[in-house]
Design a binder for this molecule. Sequence first.
Ligand code: T3D
Length: 264
Amino acid sequence: MTYEQLIVEEDGAVATVRLNNPSRLNALSPVMTPELMQALLRLANDDAIRAIVLTGEGRGFSAGADLSALQEPYMRGERPQLSLFLKEGYNKLIPLLAETPKPVVAAINGVVAGAGVSLALACDFRVASEDASFSMAFVRIGLIPDAGSSYLLPRTVGMARALELALLSEKLDANRALALGLVNRVVPADRLMAEAHELAAKLAELPTAAIGLTKRVFNEASRLSLAEAMDLEAELQDRAAATDDHIEGVMAFLQKRAPAFTGH
Ligand code: T3D
């Protein structure tokens, strides 16, 4: 499968999805957003793929919405209704990414801004290069945090820090992002892809269905009462217990050997 603004490579059970519009720092264009959705859906349904790495080509991870798409209508004095773009684009893309039943590692290679931050936050792990920098950016163009960042950012760094990041929109370097909990780890630029791939490969060896169900219970539990969350745990635990990997995990423990999970 070939794309115009995406490169998708597979290496064993790990797929690497590379945003590929480097001259615009991989801004999310009307071409890239649907292509990314298409690729994620395909990988989610491919049993051979058990972990995904998301990264950017060039010196950007993603600079958020492709603002060049707004130039012509704004020059003509038009005021396009942004909610229509959001509902057709990010409002489908970000839940698809966050709820993909496979672990997703963001390998943050450089500049991240606006909806690019949302994209990184919707991944399960964020490994940043020392060269990465982060800016919420929305307020600088008179907009509010969208693409799920109003929901994901406070849950990741806490409300006070999220407000500071959104309102001031200052550029953070990778180590500051690590200190705030915005990323899981920072690595030298020349180690980024190897570290992200190593983490993804480790995740790909785990029981894939249990990982998908863990993501689901965490996502849904935050909207439920304790009792409701525990009911959901019980329901999803039946599904996890029905997998071959559950039997393998228990038998490997009892037989004092390493488990060989298959993702089934
Ligand atoms: O439209 C909707 O649906 C609304 C939804 C909005 C969601 C959002 O994401 S709002 C936030 C949008 N993003 C931004 O406002 C960030 C804009 N970019 C920047 O502020 C800076 O580029 C960065 C801080 C990210 C990086 O700065 P720097 O100095 O490293 O790079 P640069 O020189 O500014 O950018 C390099 C090129 O990328 C440049 O093109 P050129 O001059 O070489 O031809 C620049 O125009 C282009 N570029 C960067 N960001 C975008 C972009 N082109 C289109 N859209 C961008 N977002």
